[in-house]
Design a protein around this ligand. Structure first.
Ligand code: UTP
Length: 291
């Protein structure tokens, strides 16, 4: 059973400046809930009991968010409403630990900081800036594959063929409709030579073998230690599987996707959906008239 998860959240968020100059991008709210809260909730819903968040400079707000705030609790206590319960619940969702990545040297380097914490156990990795909306939490979907094969499992999603060169792409032998045993991982392949249109999607189950692989991996793109490069190394000694997950992924690390996510999530919320829809129709009408 996998009980530990690692959430890397130390990145600089350069694609979301100036918002991310002094605030963590993982705290950007979708409506009223910080992105990383959705991520923590997914881990908890998947049965994770112990979460290590990799944080860094300027990321204190993340720690405060999952800590208690007595003054606030006192202030909203009388109401005893849903918000109060949610605020009280936040600090007891799971055992949440923090470690600071000293230099921002890439996702692979961030994972290295989890070594002592996860020891000899396999663990889940959930990127702190990526939300997945699904019926069965995607981490749970990966755990189910892990229980069968006891090997590393990567969540992948289909992307348009002509856009593969923007993603980390996997290739391999199809075991069933949504499951592959990998023989290739390739960062940003050319469209003509790409082994598939299945892109790495920000959720992983990793075996402890990843640490040795990371040690052997030289710095890659952007002079950073890339997790995908370490997975290529790991593939030399261990099997890796990919699962085309059921659900929809939202990468809030880029501005356009953040806007789309906000709109979609607003339309999913009962208290906002009809007003937001009416407002959208109105501004689209006005916009089309004016252009
Ligand atoms: P990204 O590559 O999307 O984040 O990493 P970034 O580097 O902050 O983004 P840009 O390109 O500058 O805009 C995915 C996740 O991994 C974490 C990030 O915080 C994010 O949640 N990460 C990335 C780390 O924890 N450490 C790193 O060195 C890099």
């Amino acid at each position: 059973m996998i009980k530990k998860a690692v959430i890397p959240a130390a990145g600089l968020g350069t694609r979301f400046l100036p918002a991310t100059k002094a605030s963590p991008k993982e705290m950007l709210p979708i409506i009223d809930t910080p992105t990383i809260q959705y991520v923590v909730q997914e881990a908890v819903d998947s049965g994770i009991e112990d979460i290590l968040i990799i944080s860094g400079r300027g990321k204190r707000a993340i720690e405060d968010h999952f800590d208690r705030n007595f003054e606030l609790e006192q202030r909203i206590k009388e109401k005893e409403d849903e918000t109060y319960n949610e605020i009280m619940n936040l600090s007891s969702l799971a055992n949440i630990y923090f470690i600071r990545q000293k230099e921002i040297n890439g996702l692979g380097d961030a994972i290295m900081y989890a070594r002592q914490h996860t020891g000899n156990e396999p663990f889940a990795v959930l990127l702190g800036d990526t939300i997945v909306d699904s019926v069965i939490p995607v981490t749970q979907q990966l755990m189910d594959i892990y229980e069968q094969y006891k090997s590393t499992v990567i969540a992948v999603e289909e992307v348009p063929r002509d856009k593969v060169s923007r993603y980390g792409i996997v290739g391999g032998e199809e075991l069933s409709d949504k499951l592959m045993r990998l023989n290739q991982l390739i960062e940003k392949p050319a469209v003509e030579t790409s082994p598939s249109n299945l892109a790495i999607a920000g959720r992983y189950i990793l075996t402890p073998g990843i640490y040795k692989a990371l040690e052997k991996t030289p710095k890659g793109k952007g002079n950073e230690l890339q997790l995908t490069d370490a997975l290529i190394e790991l593939l030399k000694t261990e099997s890796i599987y990919s699962k085309t997950f059921e659900g929809k992924r939202y990468d809030i690390g880029n501005k356009l996707d953040f806007i789309k996510t906000t709109i979609e999530f607003a339309l999913k919320r009962k208290e906002f959906s009809s007003d937001v829809l009416a407002f959208m129709k109105e501004i689209i009408r006005d916009y089309e008239k004016a252009n």
